[in-house]
Structure formats: C-alpha cells, structure tokens
Design a protein around this ligand. Structure first.
Ligand code: 5GP
Length: 139
C-alpha cells in the first residue's frame, strides 16, 4: 500500500488551503458536504489525523470517526426526513477510493429511490442551504 500523501484534497481542506462547507467538528474528526452529492445531504466524515483508509487507520481514528458518522447519520435523517441512511467507505483504487484520506460517505435514503450517478457537481448555494439544515438537526 502507498504511503499517506499530505497533498491530498482532504488534507488541504483540513489545513483550510481549500474551501469546504463544514458541518461539524470535534478534536478528532471533521464533517463537510460532498461537492458531488449522490443524494441530498450527502456528506463526509474524516479523521483530522493522517491515514489513507481503513487499512492503515489506528483504532482511535476509527472509533472517533464512526461516532461522528453516527451523529451525522442521525442529523441527515432528521434534516431530510429520510427513512434510511447509507454509509459508504472505499479502500484503495481497486476498492473505488479516489481521495486517499480515510473518509465515510453519509447518504440519506428513501424507500425505492436510488442514488444519483457519481461525478456531478452542484451549485455551492444549494449545498449551503442543505448544510444549514444539517447543522440545525445536529444535537
Ligand atoms: P471516494 O474516494 O470515496 O471514491 O470519493 C471521494 C469523494 O470526495 C467523492 O464523493 C467526491 O465527490 C468528493 N470530493 C472530491 N473532491 C472534493 C473536494 O474538493 N471537496 C469536497 N467537499 N468533496 C470532494
């Protein structure tokens, strides 16, 4: 497995070198909107410390990340009246990973409605409105 590259886009988001629409953060984790949402409210959770993915993560990184995943999953369900939530996490290129800093996707879901195709950018204003709803739904 390759080494962690501190120039990946999420490392830059953590250092505020690249803008992001932040939803929640604590000492160990950060959550922000995905810029190519596959459902309304699609957001990401990352550890603040470096690791590529599940394969090299330390137990403390996984523990804090999954607790934030739970918090955001509950919030997006409340914010969007969703009846389910999908959590996705990809490892290495062959596993579908494109950004090599551990992250969990949180996707609000509804009975019988599929995800939108990947790779489609949306207006920033639209993401800001959704982010406000999620922040308001956080405990
Ligand atoms: P994965 O590595 O799990 O396949 O996907 C990476 C995810 O990061 C994609 O859903 C993509 O839309 C998202 N993404 C890529 N670049 C950026 C960015 O600059 N900002 C944000 N907020 N999300 C990004």
């Amino acid at each position: 497995m390759s080494k962690y590259d501190s120039e990946n886009i999420f490392a830059k988001i953590l250092r505020n070198e690249v803008p992001s629409i932040r939803l929640y953060e604590d000492e160990e984790t950060l959550s922000f909107m995905d810029i190519m949402p596959r459902s309304d409210g699609h957001c990401l959770v990352i550890p603040k410390t470096p690791c590529r993915n599940l394969l090299d993560a330390r137990p403390e990184q996984l523990e804090s990340a999954i607790l934030t995943v739970q918090k955001l999953s509950r919030a997006v369900m409340r914010a969007f009246d969703a009846t389910g939530v999908t959590v996705q996490q990809f490892n290495e290129a062959a596993g579908g990973q494109e950004v090599f800093h551990l992250h969990f996707h949180i996707l609000p879901r509804y009975e019988g409605i599929g995800l939108r195709p990947p790779g489609n950018m949306v207006e920033k204003d639209f993401l800001h409105v959704q982010a406000e709803k999620i922040r308001a739904a956080l405990e």
